[in-house]
Structure formats: C-alpha cells, structure tokens
Design a protein around this ligand. Structure first.
Ligand code: E4P
Length: 217
C-alpha cells in the first residue's frame, strides 16, 4: 500500500519525507487555506520535495475553466496530479487530461457508481472519502470494499486512494480491504508507529543495557 500525506504544510512533508515514508502528497483548497500559502508557490515546493505524485485541485466547476486551471497546475512540475471534482464536467476534464497523458485524481467520491464513472473516465486515482461518510453514519470502509470489487471485476487500472482518513484503524482497514493508496494526515501517519508495548519493551531493554556497563563501539 502506498502512503500519501494529506497536507499542504511543507514542514510536515519534509519531516515525513526524511523518514522515507512518502509515496506522494494530496492537497485540496481547504488545506491550501490552512497552509496560508499561495497555491502555485507551495505546490512547486512540495513537488520539488517529493518524487511521487502531488495532487493539486482545480477550483473551477465548468469544463473549460477546469481545463485552463489544469494547464496552469500541470506546468508546475512533472509530478503534478490534477485533482478534479466528481461532477460531469470533472469527469469530462478527467477524460481529456488523462488522454493528454496527465495524472488525474477524481475527488469527493461518496458512492460506488461515482467510482465506476471515474474509472471509465480513465482516472489515475479515485478518492473515496471514508471519514466524511462515517460522519453521516454510513460506513465509509464499505465503500472502499465495493469499489475494490467493481474495479477487480472489470480490471480497471484506476487506483483506489482512500481519503478523509481520520484514525489509524482507517489505515489498517483500508489496507486489509485492498485500497491501493491511503492519503493520511501527518499526525495520523506518525501515530501508526505507536504501541504501548513497544515503548515499555524499549524502556526495559535500555534499563538492562545500562546495567551491563557495555557500549557498542
Ligand atoms: C484528500 O484528497 C481529501 O481532500 C482529504 O482526505 C479530505 O479529508 P477531510 O474529510 O478530513 O477533509
């Protein structure tokens, strides 16, 4: 499973990249707002930092305007992935951009039929939003399973990018169901390493090591 980080905070991205854990980055207009940065400037910095795809989202809602914005975003770097909303215009833009050789991420997916449409439009990634479905008392993880089944039934190459991840269990369950990628907030990504028995075990080993009086040199 690939790990993308869901943020436009260049500091967090640099830290996680140092750990060797990053396969890509996703941003959206809300994350750009939170970063307080200019979209073109910060996206350029992110693209230079990571080798993998960096999703940058169009803000337009009609096809022609989306295509114009996509052209601007695509010029930022070779690893840009154009993020488009799951609307008829977004799907049309997805088809056109994919045919032109661009990577695309169709976002705001809340149903298996929407994911089917995105695959037919040739999307590189489909982003089903787990947490936002959970918020409405619908099990977001079931959607990941439905999409996995449909894509496998027909051999669609579109990758399932589990999004709107809120917990470490979301990551585990998405991996078990077979999502290709999880885009995870920085804090949740770092929390994956945590286990109290690891901390306790390390503490005991260090205490015993101290008693040996040895050093590894
Ligand atoms: C990723 O591409 C999405 O924009 C993001 O995961 C949305 O997460 P949220 O529902 O926590 O805003």
């Amino acid at each position: 499973m690939k790990f993308f980080v869901d943020t436009a905070d260049i500091g967090d991205i640099r830290e996680l990249n140092t750990l060797g854990l990053l396969d890509g980055v996703t941003t959206n207009p809300s994350l750009i707002l939170k970063s307080g940065r200019d979209i073109l400037e910060v996206t350029k910095e992110i693209c230079a930092e990571v080798d993998g795809p960096v999703s940058a989202e169009v803000a337009a809602t009609d096809y022609d305007a989306m295509m114009k914005e996509a052209a601007v975003l695509a010029k930022i770097a070779d690893n840009i992935c154009i993020k488009l909303p799951l609307t008829l215009d977004g799907l049309r833009a997805c088809k056109a951009l994919t045919s032109d050789g661009h990577k695309t991420n169709v976002t705001l997916c809340f149903s298996a039929n929407q994911a089917l449409l995105a695959a037919k439009a040739g999307a590189t990634y489909i982003s089903p939003f787990i947490g936002r479905l959970d918020d409405t008392a619908i099990n977001g993880m079931e959607l990941i399973g439905e999409i996995r089944t449909i894509y496998d039934n027909y051999g669609f190459q579109t990758e399932i990018l589990a999004a709107s991840i809120r917990t470490v269990n979301h990551v585990k369950e998405a991996a078990m169901i077979g999502a290709d990628v999880a885009t995870v907030p920085p804090a949740t990504l770092k929390a994956l390493v945590k286990h109290p028995l690891t901390d306790k075990g390390l503490e005991a080993f260090l205490a015993d090591w101290e008693k040996t009086g040895q050093s590894i040199t």
